[in-house]
Design a binder for this molecule. Structure first.
Ligand code: FES
Ligand code: FES
Length: 926
């Protein structure tokens, strides 16, 4: 069948096709990407764009019932065809309805950015094969990347979709905590209705485009900007440092703030912004910035730790001698003496790489000026920190800045730092027009923060019984051109580098070192995954030297209640690490037996190995105030507003904080209306990082729930023992034989617009560390241990992870499904860090060259939740987000060593590095 295409102008054609069963007629550039047509011409923003290159699969749609990446389909190809997007899946009931329900039940959507693509790919599979095997599901979703879930729950959701189970919406009153409640925001994610940074903006928005340095370090001079502006009528402004009305500087840790919105005279890393062009969307899209008037003079950069630390190196920032941003130090006992007396000593050096966050949603948002106020709607993990920085940049008080977080399509730490916000805020402020910006994948990878590369030296000693005596740890972290979270990494690592063990003599010294590379910042674990890679491999070698089982070595040394940590902190409760190791004993033995049996029955080149590693992680800021405030308001109709500002980046804080508030108050969960994150309507819950939202914001919600309960009891004069029941328009309080009724509608409104309001703040009790790093840096720690089973092909140098068994002490599992999701996602990221991911600045700035695990790379994951409660956390809960990623990589590396006797000291363990290490080991043997 042929289709006629009507030409409406030189570059636009009118196309007729069917979308979700509806005939549409669109005038567009025939070469326009279909993904763009769907989103911008037809408003179908459920189709996400993560790369525009066919790499991520977020834009997957059904094209005449075949799943394809809509970013690779030219608009002209769609004439007369049939397109189904996530918004149209509902019409394919009951299959899609069941699939969406299954996604909710399994917790298969975390941030939700990949979910539309996954649902579409899953639908295509199920329509031709209603009972697919695991391998068939993995194949079907192999082209859709997910950075959050680790794929396991997505695979299960697709396989189980034929089951007629419905999701659980409403547990009994007072019984929400501990339930596998489906995400309260899950329905939006499973239907494509969720609004991410690029999904919403005023129609008349201009578009901002940053001009960025093409060199690692360069001087620059602008040419005639005015002439460029006059030559492009669609361009409304070119903004440079001169246009910043306030401070041309921002940073997540105010005393270290050093990053300009626009560089002045010299750029410090490849990808640094020097200007922003603001214009109408068509002009910006068609613009060739090759002709932007700027003269670059490339300067010699400092690209490595050695270059930056060299005595002749140029200073990247004044006042930071030797290019050292900050040092960290924790010292206890006499390390030298203890090591000299040890029966076994191991010394080793390790190197870890830049790791890219690779969330599926690139940074995006818009700003608009409303009178003398500015409003910024964007994806962010830290609305109040953004507010402070935008206010400083614009030179206005923070109260005149409103930050409205959108759904966040994955963050993992990088969306704590500003990205598009200063550009759109500044442009909207100057021009009085709304301005939007969406980073391309390349721009996102090139300019946003990464996991710190590190170089770590470790010496450790133990006695003949396997008791750890001492650890001597020194690490340099490449923090890149600006401070970002460098001070946090340098400060947190020395506290954690012992691992979750009793180490009586300890010295850990760290430095964050500036280079002319992209800033390194926060990435799940703040440096602790890097230190665990070193410490856990060295402990394995110590056990090996002493002839002690590696798991038993860890059990022998595991911290317990009342054992001092390396900062001298004595935790009197909730130290669950020993239990995490002990619970692995039977699997450990089985896995080793299976590996031995495999070797008896098979011939090389395949070798199997088993590894284990432990972790601990302090929840919240290190020795710093860390408050969250939560407000609950009772409305005249008897419903409850929960103002919780903990930004949900996929980890589930919207749901978990509500579960906690509901049980503390004694109200059913479906009574709550959730208000999240917006600085104009929610109090400050701090940033979503450092595994603090369940613990800190959750505790604030717990206190607010208790406080509202008390206020209701006080209204009727009932005692603490009374029972409260929330009914329609009335609240019944029963105290023994007495019964009172509160009619909220009869009560006066308070200043918040509620009839009763409770607002509570929680700040974890911590103390400052002294000059030797001694003190109590965290009120609560999470603990965990992972066991990895791997298969190594010694000829190809490839590693296949067969299974991860992950035991985590979470204090109290508020929502086991969401916690498992964190663990499985952490495992996938740890696997990527161990085996495949490495960002090389200036190269591979896309998801084709920068490889993250896809569904086919993922092993079986068994999660074991230990509940050793903390009396400080809400209902005993601790954090899990950062914890989950830490032990995976060292467990895999230890398993590789177990399989082939080779230590990988420079990550990732790619096949070339594996082969080189195998050959080097053989040469040594010879
Ligand atoms: S946006 Fe189309 S594959 Fe990534
Ligand atoms: S849930 Fe898959 S990318 Fe976030």
């Amino acid at each position: 069948m042929s289709h006629a295409v009507t030409t409406v102008s030189k570059t636009r054609v009118r196309l007729a096709f069917s979308v979700n069963g509806r005939r549409v007629n669109v005038a567009t550039d025939p070469l326009q990407r279909l993904s763009r047509v769907l989103r911008e011409n037809l408003g179908l923003t459920g189709t996400k764009v993560g790369c525009d290159a066919g790499d991520c699969g977020a834009c997957t749609i059904l094209f005449d019932d075949e799943p394809v990446c809509s970013c690779l389909v030219a608009a002209a190809q769609v004439e007369g065809r049939e397109v189904t997007t996530v918004e149209g899946l509902a019409a394919r009931a009951p299959l899609c309805d069941r699939l969406q329900r299954s996604f909710l039940r399994h917790g298969a959507a975390q941030c939700g950015a990949c979910t539309p693509g996954m649902l579409v790919a899953g639908t295509a599979l199920l329509e031709r094969n209603p009972m697919p095997s695991e391998t068939e599901v993995m194949d079907a979703i192999g082209g859709v990347l997910c950075r959050c879930t680790g794929y396991r729950k997505i695979i299960s959701a697709i396989q189980d979709s034929s089951l007629a189970e419905s999701e659980t919406y409403s547990p009994a009153t007072g019984n929400a905590v501990g339930q596998r409640l489906i995400r309260l925001d899950g329905h939006r994610k499973a239907t494509g209705a969720e609004i991410f940074g690029a999904d919403e903006f005023p129609k008349d928005s201009l578009v901002a485009l940053a001009i960025r340095s093409p060199f690692h370090r360069a001087k620059f001079q602008f040419g005639n900007l005015q002439q460029f502006l006059s030559g492009h009528p669609g361009i409304h402004a070119i903004l440079t440092a001169k246009d910043v009305p306030g401070r041309n500087c921002y940073g997540v840790i105010p005393p270290f703030a050093d990053q300009p919105v626009f560089a002045e005279e010299e750029t410090r890393f490849l990808g640094e912004a020097v200007a922003a062009i603001v214009g109408d969307a068509e002009t910006i899209e068609a613009l060739d910035i090759t002709y932007f008037p700027i003269h670059w003079e490339e300067l010699a950069p400092l690209l490595s730790l050695d270059e930056a630390l060299d005595s002749g190196a140029h200073p990247i920032h004044a006042g930071r001698p030797g290019n050292v941003l900050v040092r960290g130090r924790v010292v206890r006992g006499d390390v030298e003496k203890a090591i000299s007396e040890a029966d076994a000593v191991v010394e080793a050096e390790f190197e870890t790489q830049f790791v890219e966050h690779a969330y599926i949603e690139p940074e995006a948002g818009f700003a608009r000026r409303i009178g003398e106020e500015i409003s910024v709607q964007a994806c962010t993990q830290s609305p109040y920190m953004d507010r402070a920085d935008i206010a400083a940049i614009l030179g206005i008080p923070p109260e005149r800045v409103r930050i409205i977080p959108t759904a966040v399509g994955g963050g993992f730490g990088a969306k704590l730092d500003l990205s598009v916000q200063p550009f759109v805020a500044l442009a909207a402020w100057k021009l009085g027009r709304p301005v939007r910006m969406t980073y391309s994948r390349t721009e996102s990878i090139r300019s946003t923060t990464k996991r710190h590369p590190s170089r770590i030296r470790v010496r450790a000693g133990a006695d003949k019984n396997g008791k750890l005596l001492a650890l001597d740890f020194a690490a340099d972290f490449n923090t890149g051109a600006y401070s970002s979270w460098g001070p946090t990494v340098a400060g947190r690592v020395p506290v954690h580098a012992s691992g979750p063990y009793h180490v009586p003599h300890y010295r850990a010294l760290t430095r964050a070192v500036h280079t002319n590379l992209v800033p390194a910042g926060a990435f799940r674990g703040f440096g602790v995954p890097q230190s665990a890679i070193a410490q856990e491999q060295v402990y394995d070698d110590l056990a090996g030297q002493l002839g002690i089982d590696r798991l038993e070595f860890r059990i022998t040394n595991a911290l317990e209640n009342h054992t001092p940590t390396v900062t001298g902190q004595v935790l009197g409760e909730g130290v669950g690490i020993r239990e995490c190791f002990v619970v692995l004993r039977s699997s450990w033995k089985t896995a080793q037996d299976e590996a031995r049996a495999f070797h008896r029955n098979s011939v090389r080149p395949l070798r199997r190995g088993v590894g284990v590693a432990g972790m601990w992680y302090g929840c919240g800021n290190t020795s710093l105030p860390n408050p969250s405030t939560v407000r609950i308001g009772l409305k005249p109709d008897g419903r409850l507003s929960l103002h919780q500002g903990a930004v949900d980046i996929g980890q589930g804080s919207n749901t978990i904080v509500t579960q906690i508030a509901a049980d503390a108050l004694g109200a059913p969960i479906d009574r709550f209306d959730l208000l999240s994150g917006d600085t104009a309507i929610t109090p400050d819950c701090g940033k979503t990082s450092a595994s603090r939202q369940t613990f800190v914001s959750g505790k604030a919600a717990y206190l607010a729930g208790m406080s509202l309960r008390k206020a209701l009891l006080k209204i009727v004069g009932a005692c603490e023992c009374a029972r409260i029941t929330f009914g329609d328009g009335q609240i019944i309080v029963k105290e023994n034989e007495k019964q009172y009724t509160i009619f909220p509608n009869d009560l006066p409104l308070d200043k918040h617009g509620y009839v009763v309001t409770a607002e509570e703040t929680f700040d974890p009790p911590v103390s400052r560390l002294d000059e030797n790093g001694q003190g109590s840096p965290y009120a609560v720690f999470g603990f965990g241990a992972h066991m990895a089973e791997v298969e190594v092909d010694v000829e190809l140098g490839t590693v296949r992870v067969l299974k991860i068994t992950a035991a985590h002490d979470v204090g109290k599992a508020i929502n086991p499904t969401l916690i498992e999701g964190q663990v499985e996602g952490g495992v996938a990221q740890g696997l990527g860090m161990a085996l495949m991911e490495e960002f090389i600045p200036g190269k591979g700035e896309n998801l084709h060259d920068y490889l993250i695990p896809s569904a086919g790379d993922i092993p079986r994951v068994e999660t074991i939740l230990i509940e050793d409660p903390s009396s400080i956390g809400p209902f005993g809960a601790k954090g899990i987000g950062e914890q989950a990623v830490i032990p995976t990589a060292p467990a895999i590396l230890n398993a590789i060593h177990d399989a082939i006797g080779v230590r990988i000291r420079k990550l990732p363990a790619t096949p070339d590095r594996m082969r080189a290490a195998i050959l080097a080991a053989h040469e040594t043997e010879d």
